[in-house]
Design a protein around this ligand. Sequence first.
Ligand code: ATP
Length: 372
Amino acid sequence: MLSGHLSVVRPRVEGMSTPDPVSSSSAPRPAPPSLVSPPIAVRARGLVKAYGSIRALDGLDLEVPAGSVLGVLGPNGAGKTTLVRVLTTLLRPDAGSAEVAGIDVLAQPKRVREVIGLSGQYAAVDEYLTGFENLDMVGRLYHLGRGPARARARELLADFRLEDAADRPVKTYSGGMRRRLDLAAALVARPQVLFLDEPTTGLDPRSRNDMWGVLADLVTGGATLVLTTQYLEEADRLADSIVVIDHGRIIARGTADELKAQVGGEVIEVVVAQAAQIPAAAKVLAAVGVGEPFIAEHIRRVSVRVAGERPAAALLVEALRELDAEQIPVLDVGVRRPTLDDVFLTLTGHAAEDQAPESGSDSSPKQRENAR
Ligand code: ATP
């Protein structure tokens, strides 16, 4: 974990619009603190972007309160990157409007660029420059001045635990170090709103964990983050609220807990001894559950959502009796609350992308038949 002094993003909120102000004919009176809504740092209304017949964004609305973290989840091709590109002025939508820090993205893209930071899926740092030179260069591009640009570069290198590598060319850095440097570069000008497009995709678990530490520190420092991710654990850990998008539309929104509650009920699961027994076990679980069972073939686990009057434990016992009657040996059993994975599967019909087929994906029998 990083040293806890990553107070690098301090959102300045002047100029941001406040959500749905209550109009009043009398003189303005300060509302009690608990009733004051935070300003909105990012607002999008009816965003549409089409590529031929593909609607990458299909009438998308969202609001992100200042100082909060929005997690944008969705399967491959859902429109996440397109959304980030529109909000960061890199792409003009066909219809709709957006504001970042109270500034109109379409009318004043240059001003928006002055108040945002962007760290994309691929680290955009220069391989041949050192870490220090990269950050110093970004500071100069932002007209920080020679002394302040150098000081800021050193400060960020320390914050991101890159001091020892500061004077090495970036081409000698590991993937995790490049990502950290790229994020540091996005923070040079102390942006009010930070957009992170899949900040940890491709990192090994340790580097990912390190990066989550960095991002958690940013959040503690009061940053507004819009974070696209394929990792449900990342959204669960970092995001105050989550939108799930598919085919360019928001299909669910809420906190991680609200989304889990939306799936409802509980999940029962069994691990069978042999892969050949999975279909028969799935049939047994389907009889006690709601909807199709999900199968994680690589670990021979079959799970199904249960709901209704009867307790999940009673349904599990019934399923175990039936499995025993059919002479299907079971190695492990469990009852659990739904996870974000279950939410994602239920809403989109896809397993989360981090469960790549080679690592064994959770899928329903139907999903596997229909695999693209
Ligand atoms: P991923 O998780 O794979 O990065 P995503 O959710 O970020 O996916 P987008 O990259 O926003 O998805 O793409 C949304 C849809 O728009 C996809 O069907 C994609 O093929 C299409 N698309 C995006 N950019 C272009 C382009 N420049 N030309 C044509 N189609 C595009």
